[in-house]
Design a protein around this ligand. Structure first.
Ligand code: ZN
Ligand code: ZN
Length: 137
């Protein structure tokens, strides 16, 4: 971990979530970087196959920082909450997430076969059960 100045530490205490955003901007230099999940706080390593990891494998949350995958072009920074999953014959499981801040819907391919940390399949299944019933949680 990098040592941070007192100002940063105080800032982190004020808002852990904002600190995540600052940290992401700070390390956001390549497509294939790990990050700390803004929802569950787990350390998320990059995908083993080199593609951009856009959600947390533990809780399937991510942050609304991209317009297109990996571009970090969005200023929203809201938490993307998984709301359902779709199964696509070609792509496999697709996690459908909604930004809690702006309401945007994003679809991310699940990484169930990643060699570092694969997505939690039980979480994916839980979501698929949500999707098949129309009753609100
Ligand atoms: Zn998480
Ligand atoms: Zn958003």
């Amino acid at each position: 971990m990098l040592r941070e100045g007192n100002k940063c530490v105080t800032y982190a205490r004020i808002s852990a979530r904002h600190n995540q955003l600052v940290a992401r901007r700070f390390v956001g230099q390549g497509k294939n970087t790990g990050f700390v999940c803004a929802n569950c706080g787990q350390d998320v390593p990059p995908l083993a196959n080199g593609s951009y990891r856009n959600h947390c494998p533990y809780c399937l949350h991510s942050l609304h920082v991209d317009i297109n995958p990996g571009d970090r072009a969005s200023d929203c920074g809201g938490l993307l909450e998984p709301i359902s999953v779709d199964y696509n014959g070609k792509k496999g499981w697709i996690i459908v997430s909604q930004c809690v801040k702006c309401g945007m819907i994003k679809r991310n391919k699940a990484a169930l076969d990643d060699a570092h940390v694969a997505d939690d399949f039980e979480k994916v299944l839980e979501l698929s059960q949500h999707s098949s019933s129309n009753t609100p949680p």
